[in-house]
Design a protein around this ligand. Structure first.
Ligand code: ATP
Ligand code: MG
Length: 571
C-alpha cells in the first residue's frame, strides 16, 4: 500500500481534548476522528485494526461452535417491556419514536432480541445447544463518555448468547466461552487477567471479566500474590475478621459536644482516636425507600455489595435536606442510635465493642456505642470494598490491587430472560422447559484502545503484530535515487506477494518525518532502504520498540520478516 494514496491524517501536536494515551495516539495516528461526544469515525488504518480484532474474535467464536448472526440496531420497546427493562435500564438506553409514534430504542445489548428470535425458531431439545453471536454497533448513552474508544457512546461489541436444555449444558458452554476468550485476548497480544465479577441481582458466581492490565484502567482488581484468586473490587469478598462484639467495652452511652466536627478525619482528630474507632452512617435513597448503611471510619462502602444485598437497582446518597428530615441533624452527625430506618451494618461494624457515631443532633457525637445494645440492625453483611491490607478471601495470602480495562465479560443468565419472554422447548419426554441462557460480550473497539494503553512509548503506538494495521513500514531514503526507487518498488511488490502487509512511504517528505510517522502508527517492522545499505545489498530493519537497527541482506528480508512475524503471532 502506498502512503500517499491512503487517508492517514497524522498530527504532530497532541490534541487537547484527549486525556488517555490511546485516545491521543489514535487521533494523532489518523486512525479515528470524533463526530460527536463518544461517537467516532474509523479511518482506513483504524478500520484495519478493528477488522483484525474482529477476525480473531470470529475465528475463535466459530472454533468454539458459535454461529454468527446479525441483529438489528433498532429494537421495539415491546420486547423491553416484556423483560421489564424498559423502566429499569435508565438513561443509557437511547429511546425514540418512529413516525407512527411507536417507542423504540437503539440496542445497548441484545438479550431481548435474541430471546425473541429463539423463542420463535427453537422448539425442540434436538435444536440445542445453540450459541449465536454477532459483531455489531451498540449505543449506550453513557453519562461520561471518555478516553476515546474506551468509553464511547456508539461502539462495536461482539455479543453472544447461548441456549441450553439444562444448567449442566449452560455451564459447559460457559467454560467453552471462558477458554475461547482466553485464546482471543492472548492472540490479540494483550496482557490480561481474568477476574470474578459481580453478577448483579441475579447472583451466583458465574460471571468473569477479562481485564487488560493498565494503569489508566477504570476498574480496580484485587489479585492474590499467593493463589490464583482475582476479583473485581466491586465483587471481592472481605474475609471475616476474627473476634466478636459480645460485650460492650464501656459503660453507658456518652454524648459529646463536637462543634462543626463532621468528617471521620475531623472527629478522629478532635476526639484523639483513630478512624477505625468511628463508624460512618450513610443514608441512601433506593427504589425501595431510604436505608442507613454503617461502615467503619477507615473503610469504604461498596455500593455494588449494598445494591445486591438490598436487591435494588437505584442507590443514591441522600441529599442534605433529606438527611436532615430522616435524622434530625445535618450531614456529618447522623448515627444509628434511635434512627428509624432499616440499618445495614458492615460485618466489621458488628464486631466493634465501643464505637463513635453521630448522635442525630447537630454538633454532637456519641461514644461507647455498642451494636448489639444500642441500635436495631436489620442485617449484618460484607458491605465494604476490600483493600490491599486485607488478606485474600480464599487463602489469606497478601493481596495487590491492580487497574484494568474490561474488554470482555461472560455471564451465566439462567432463566431470567427465557422466563420473562417465555422462551421454551420440548424435552425428550415432550415436556415444556425453559431455555438456560448465557451471554458473552467483548468490547471490540475498546480492545483497539486497550492495546495502545498497554503498548506505546514517547514516539507513538507499539501495536502487537496481531493488531497492527500493517506489519511493515517501508521507507526509502531519497526516492529520487533511481537505484533506491527500483529497489523499494521491487521490495514492495515482493513483500506483498509473499503475503506481508506493507506500507511504502512514497511521500515527498524528509526521512525524519517518515520515521516519526512510522513509529507513531505503531507498525511492528520498519525497513529502510538507502544508497549506503543498498551498496552492501542490504536494508536496515528495526523492530518497533527495539533500540537498534539490524542490517538484513535483501535476499533474506522476506524469510526474516516472515519468521519474526510468525514468532509473534504464535500463541
Ligand atoms: P463497563 O463496566 O465498562 O461500563 P459493562 O459491564 O457495562 O462495561 P457489558 O455490558 O459487559 O459492559 O458489555 C460487554 C463489553 O462491551 C464490555 O466488557 C466492554 O468491553 C464493552 N463496552 C461496554 N461499554 C462500552 C463503552 N461505553 N464503550 C466501549 N466499549 C464498551
Ligand atoms: Mg461488564
Amino acid at each position: 500500500m502506498l502512503f500517499s494514496r491512503l487517508l492517514i491524517p497524522t498530527l504532530k501536536e497532541n490534541p487537547a481534548e484527549a486525556e488517555a494515551v490511546s485516545h491521543r495516539l489514535l487521533l494523532r495516528a489518523g486512525m479515528i476522528r470524533k463526530l460527536a461526544s463518544g461517537i467516532y469515525n474509523y479511518l482506513p488504518l483504524g478500520l484495519r485494526v478493528l477488522r483484525k480484532v474482529e477476525r480473531i474474535v470470529r475465528e475463535e467464536m466459530d472454533r468454539a461452535g458459535a454461529q454468527e448472526v446479525l441483529m438489528p440496531a433498532v429494537q421495539p420497546a415491546e420486547l423491553w417491556h416484556e423483560s421489564r427493562r424498559w423502566q429499569v435500564y435508565g438513561k443509557e438506553l437511547l429511546r425514540f419514536q418512529d413516525r407512527h409514534g411507536r417507542d423504540c430504542c437503539f440496542g445497548p445489548t441484545h438479550e431481548e432480541v435474541i430471546t425473541d428470535l429463539v423463542r420463535k425458531e427453537v422448539h425442540s431439545y434436538r435444536q440445542l445447544p445453540l450459541n449465536l453471536y454477532q459483531i455489531q454497533v451498540k449505543f449506550r448513552d453513557e453519562i461520561r463518555p471518555r478516553f476515546g474508544l474506551i468509553r464511547g457512546r456508539e461502539f462495536i461489541m461482539k455479543d453472544a448468547y447461548s441456549f441450553d436444555a439444562d444448567e449442566t449444558g449452560a455451564e459447559a458452554c460457559y467454560r467453552l466461552m471462558y477458554d475461547a476468550y482466553n485464546r482471543i485476548f492472548t492472540r490479540c497480544g494483550l496482557v490480561f487477567k481474568v477476574v470474578e465479577a459481580d453478577s448483579g441481582p441475579i447472583g451466583g458466581s458465574f460471571s468473569h471479566e477479562f481485564m487488560v492490565l493498565a494503569d489508566t484502567g477504570e476498574d480496580l482488581l484485587a489479585s492474590c500474590t499467593s493463589c490464583d484468586y482475582a476479583a473485581n473490587l466491586e465483587k471481592a469478598a472481605v474475609a471475616l475478621e476474627p473476634g466478636s462484639a459480645s460485650k460492650p467495652a464501656g459503660d453507658a452511652l456518652e454524648l459529646v459536644h463536637t462543634p462543626k466536627v463532621r468528617t471521620v478525619e475531623e472527629v478522629a482528630a478532635f476526639l484523639k482516636v483513630t478512624p477505625a474507632d468511628i463508624v460512618k452512617t450513610l443514608i441512601y435513597e433506593t427504589d425501595e425507600g431510604s436505608v442507613a448503611v454503617l461502615i467503619r471510619g477507615d473503610h469504604e462502602v461498596n455500593e455494588v455489595k449494598v445494591k445486591n444485598l438490598l436487591g435494588v437497582t437505584d442507590l443514591i446518597l441522600a441529599g442534605l435536606i433529606r438527611v436532615q428530615e430522616l435524622t434530625g441533624a445535618e450531614v456529618g452527625f447522623a448515627g444509628p442510635v434511635g434512627l428509624k430506618l432499616p440499618i445495614y451494618a458492615d460485618q466489621a461494624v458488628a464486631r466493634m465493642n465501643a464505637m463513635i457515631t453521630g448522635a442525630n443532633r447537630d454538633n454532637y457525637h456519641l461514644k461507647q456505642v455498642h451494636p448489639g445494645r444500642d441500635m436495631k440492625i436489620t442485617e449484618v453483611a460484607d458491605l465494604r470494598s476490600i483493600t490491599a491490607q486485607d488478606p485474600c478471601p480464599r487463602c489469606r495470602g497478601a493481596l495487590m490491587l491492580l487497574r484494568g480495562i474490561e474488554v470482555g465479560h461472560i455471564f451465566k443468565l439462567g432463566l431470567k430472560y427465557s422466563k420473562a419472554l417465555k422462551a421454551a422447548y420440548l424435552d425428550a419426554e415432550g415436556k415444556e422447559q425453559y431455555l438456560y441462557m448465557g451471554c458473552y460480550g467483548i468490547g471490540v473497539s475498546r480492545i483497539m484502545a486497550a492495546a495502545i494503553e498497554q503498548g506505546h512509548d514517547a514516539n507513538g503506538i507499539i501495536f502487537p503484530v496481531a493488531l497492527a494495521p500493517l506489519q511493515v513500514g517501508l521507507i526509502p531514503i531519497a526516492l529520487n535515487d533511481p537505484a533506491v526507487r527500483e529497489c523499494v518498488e521491487g521490495l514492495h511488490a515482493d513483500l506483498e506477494a509473499a503475503g506481508l502487509e506493507v506500507l511504502l512511504d512514497d511521500r515527498d517528505e524528509r526521512p525524519g518525518v517518515k520515521f516519526k510517522d512510522c513509529d507513531l502508527l505503531g507498525l511492528p517492522f520498519r525497513v529502510v532502504v538507502g544508497a549506503k545499505a543498498l551498496a552492501q545489498g542490504a536494508a536496515e530493519v528495526r523492530h518497533r520498540g527495539a533500540p537498534d537497527n539490524l542490517m538484513v541482506p535483501l535476499q533474506d528480508l522476506i524469510p526474516y520478516l516472515k519468521d519474526q512475524i510468525a514468532q509473534e503471532l504464535h500463541v
